[in-house]
Design a protein around this ligand. Sequence first.
Ligand SMILES: Cc1cc2nc3c(=O)[nH]c(=O)nc-3n(C[C@H](O)[C@H](O)[C@H](O)COP(=O)(O)OP(=O)(O)OC[C@H]3O[C@@H](n4cnc5c(N)ncnc54)[C@H](O)[C@@H]3O)c2cc1C
Length: 160
Amino acid sequence: MPPENLLGKEEGQGFVQLMQQLPQERLALAIGAVAAMERAVKLTVEYTKERKAFGKPLMDFQNTAFTLAERKTEAMIARVFVDWCIERLVAGDLDTVTASMAKYWCSDKQVQTADECLQLFGGYGYMQEYPISRIFIDSRIQKIYGGTNEIMKLLIARSL
Ligand SMILES: Cc1cc2nc3c(=O)[nH]c(=O)nc-3n(C[C@H](O)[C@H](O)[C@H](O)COP(=O)(O)OP(=O)(O)OC[C@H]3O[C@@H](n4cnc5c(N)ncnc54)[C@H](O)[C@@H]3O)c2cc1C
């Protein structure tokens, strides 16, 4: 391979370079998780205000309102944490442990949010014509790629 095609400054440093970029990759997954959570909550609020069961909108049932209040709160917490991580990344000091926390926690919350929001769509939530179904399907891989969430917890635990 011609030397001008070398990626980075020094030959043989590919693995080191890859490792250095992992916090950024993990943060990118966390950002995607936050966006998916926010969209799931928005779609579900719209749907539950419109869909009626037993003569009233689903949103008027306390279980629906409380579920969505919890999911919206967690989406907000995730956004604030992720925004803070972005600031650290831009400043050049996003460390592996913090990025692992963002990846693991936000993707866990993404899966929970997608699952609980889908539940509020009832049977329609299982149909791929409804975007919440796609949000649910796409959420599951987030706990696996980019380093599984178990590995994220190992990395966090090592720093304790
Ligand atoms: C759609 C998709 C896209 C992907 N994209 C990329 C990509 O772009 N680049 C890339 O490099 N890789 C990519 N991957 C690979 C992905 O990162 C791996 O699948 C992931 O890291 C898990 O590795 P594994 O599949 O070998 O599972 P395994 O390592 O076999 O893990 C299986 C299970 O055992 C657990 N486990 C393993 N080791 C431990 C341990 N020490 N302690 C506790 N539990 C443990 C895991 O958490 C998991 O639950 C992608 C995978 C998928 C499915």
